[in-house]
Design a protein around this ligand. Structure first.
Ligand SMILES: NC(=O)c1ccc[n+]([C@@H]2O[C@H](COP(=O)([O-])OP(=O)(O)OC[C@H]3O[C@@H](n4cnc5c(N)ncnc54)[C@H](O)[C@@H]3O)[C@@H](O)[C@H]2O)c1
Length: 445
C-alpha cells in the first residue's frame, strides 16, 4: 500500500471537486436506522442520493415517502423525493454510476455469538463487481477491527482496483442514537480512517459537507476500534449499574438515590442506570465482535465477558422480582394477569431487536401468567410464535393487572396514573414518581 499524500491522482482531484460542488452521486447501501437518516442528511445538503436496500417492502414504503425510523419524518422524506435528490431502489445497477458508496448494512451475531459479517460481504461484493475507477467506498457498519483492510480491500483488488489511486476505501463508524432529538446525524462528529491518506482525505471531505466536525485517524482499524471502545464503555458501565442495583437491594438502599448522589460530582463520574437487560442492534452485539477478534489472537477480553454475563442475567432478575412481589401480595405467578409497559429495548423507539422483553414475556407465559402489553411504538409483538397485540394502558387495564411491569419508559405513558391505578408495579426504569400511597406497591431496581 503506497502513500499518495504528496501528489493527488487525477481520480482524487476529480472526486474531490465533485464532492466540493455537491455533484458527486451517492449511494447508501442499507436504508435502516443508520442508512436512511444518513441518506436524508446528504440529500438535504444538496447531493443526489440513492438509498439501496434488498428489502422490497422497505423500498416500496420509502419510494412512496413512508419512513420507518424515528429520526426521519415521512413529510421530510416526501419533500426530498419531490426534489429528486433522494430515491429508493432495490436495483444494485445504480452502484456503477455512483461516485461514493456508503455501506450501512446489519452486523448481527450468529447463534454461536460469533460475528455474522455476511451482510457486509454481500453488499461489498455488489459494489466490487461493479467497481469503476474513481469511486470512494466507506464502510459504516460496526464491525471487528481489521474488516475494512482484511475483508473489503481484497474484494476490490480482485477487480483490478488500486487503493489510493483509483479506489478510495475508508471506515467511518456510525454513532447515531435513534430517537435522540438532541444528537442527530448532523450533530455528531465523524471519525474517519482511510487505507491511504488520499482515502482519508476524500472520506473526510465528504462528511464535512454534513457534520460539524470530522476527526481523522491514521487507519481504518483505529476507527473500527474507536467505535467498539465507545460501545464496550457503555456496555460495561450499564453492567456496573446493574450489578450495583443488586448490591443495593441486598443492602436495603435505593440504587437511584445512590447514583443521583454520586452524579453530583462535577468531574470523573458519568451516571449510568440499571435496567431490565440490554437490547438493540449495538450494545449487546458490538462488544462481542471485539472479543471474538481478540480470541483469535489468544486474548480473552475479560471486561466484555463479565459485562455480558451480568447484563444477560438481568431479565432473570426482573422475573424473580415479579415473582417475589406477587408472592408478597399473596398471589402466584401462575394465573396472574401481568401488564407489561414497553417492549421496545429502550424509550422513544419501536426497535425490539434483542429486547429483554422477549425473554421476560416468554418466561412469564411459560410459567402460566396471562401477559398483556402496551407500547405506543410496537403494535404487535411475537413471542414463541404467538403474536400479541398491544393494548391501551387504560384505567381498566391497570386496575385489572395483578402486576404492572415497566420495561421501557416511553414518554407517552402517564406514570402518575400508573402509580395511582396499578395494584402492584415492578418498575425497572425508575419512572414512577414517589407519590403518596404508592410506597410498598412499587418495586424498583
Ligand atoms: N441502530 C443503531 O442505533 C446503530 C447505531 C450505530 C451503528 N449501527 C450499526 O449500523 C449498521 C446498520 O444498522 P441498522 O440499525 O441501520 O440496521 P437495520 O437493520 O435497521 O438496517 C439495515 C438495512 O440493510 C439492508 N440490507 C441488508 N443487506 C443488504 C444488502 N446486501 N444490500 C442492501 N441492503 C441490505 C436491510 O434490508 C436493512 O434495511 C450495523 O452495523 C449497526 O451495528 C447501528
Amino acid at each position: 500500500m503506497s502513500d499518495h499524500s504528496a501528489a493527488p491522482t487525477s481520480c482524487e482531484t476529480t472526486l474531490s471537486r465533485r464532492i466540493a460542488t455537491h455533484a458527486a452521486r451517492l449511494t447508501i447501501i442499507g436504508q435502516g436506522y443508520v442508512g436512511l437518516p444518513l441518506a436524508v442528511e446528504f440529500a438535504k445538503a444538496g447531493f443526489s442520493v440513492v438509498g439501496l436496500d434488498t428489502d422490497p417492502d422497505r423500498i416500496a414504503a420509502l419510494a412512496t415517502g413512508r419512513s420507518h425510523v424515528p429520526d426521519v419524518g415521512s413529510e421530510e422524506l416526501q419533500a426530498l423525493l419531490r426534489t429528486g435528490r433522494y430515491e429508493a431502489t432495490a436495483e444494485p445497477a445504480v452502484l456503477a454510476e455512483s461516485d461514493a458508496v456508503i455501506i450501512c448494512v446489519p452486523t448481527p451475531l450468529r447463534k454461536s455469538k460469533d460475528p455474522d459479517i455476511s451482510y457486509v460481504v454481500a453488499a461489498s461484493r455488489e459494489v466490487a463487481t461493479r467497481f469503476r475507477p474513481g469511486q470512494l467506498i466507506i464502510l459504516e457498519s460496526t464491525t471487528y477491527p481489521g474488516t475494512t483492510e482484511e475483508l473489503l480491500l481484497p474484494l476490490f483488488e480482485e477487480h483490478g482496483a488500486r487503493i489510493g489511486e483509483d479506489l478510495f476505501l475508508a471506515f467511518s463508524p456510525e454513532r447515531i442514537d435513534p430517537g435522540n432529538p438532541t444528537f442527530r446525524v448532523k450533530d455528531i462528529p465523524k471519525v474517519v480512517g482511510g487505507l491511504t491518506p488520499a482515502c482519508t482525505r476524500l472520506a473526510a471531505a465528504l462528511y464535512r459537507e454534513i457534520v460539524p466536525r470530522v476527526h481523522v485517524v491514521s487507519t481504518p482499524k483505529v476507527a473500527e476500534l474507536a467505535k467498539l471502545y465507545e460501545n464496550v464503555f457503555r456496555n460495561v458501565n450499564i453492567a456496573l449499574a446493574n450489578e450495583f442495583s443488586l448490591m443495593c437491594r441486598y443492602l436495603g438502599v435505593s440504587t437511584r438515590e445512590v447514583i443521583d448522589a454520586a452524579a453530583t460530582k462535577p468531574f470523573g463520574f458519568m451516571p449510568f442506570y440499571p435496567g431490565p437487560g440490554i437490547g438493540g442492534h449495538c450494545i449487546p452485539v458490538d462488544p462481542l465482535y471485539l472479543s471474538w477478534k481478540m480470541r483469535l489472537t489468544g486474548y480473552e477480553a475479560r471486561f466484555i465477558s463479565l459485562a455480558d454475563d451480568i447484563n444477560r442475567a438481568m431479565p432473570a432478575h426482573v422475573l424473580s422480582l415479579v415473582g417475589e412481589a406477587l408472592n408478597d401480595a399473596g398471589r402466584a405467578l401462575k394465573g396472574s394477569r401481568i401488564l407489561v409497559l414497553g417492549v421496545a429495548y429502550k424509550r422513544g423507539i419501536g426497535d425490539t431487536r434483542e429486547s429483554p422483553a422477549y425473554e421476560i414475556i416468554a418466561t412469564l407465559r411459560r410459567k402460566g401468567a396471562h401477559v398483556f402489553y402496551a407500547d405506543p411504538h410496537v403494535p404487535t409483538f411475537s413471542v414463541d410464535g404467538t403474536e400479541l397485540k398491544a393494548v391501551e394502558p387504560t384505567y381498566d387495564e391497570l386496575r385489572a393487572a395483578d402486576c404492572v411491569l415497566i420495561l421501557a419508559d416511553h414518554s407517552e405513558f402517564d406514570y402518575t396514573a400508573i402509580a395511582r391505578d396499578g395494584q402492584l408495579i415492578v418498575d425497572t426504569r425508575n419512572s414512577i414518581p414517589e407519590i403518596q400511597g404508592s410506597r410498598g406497591r412499587v418495586v424498583r431496581l
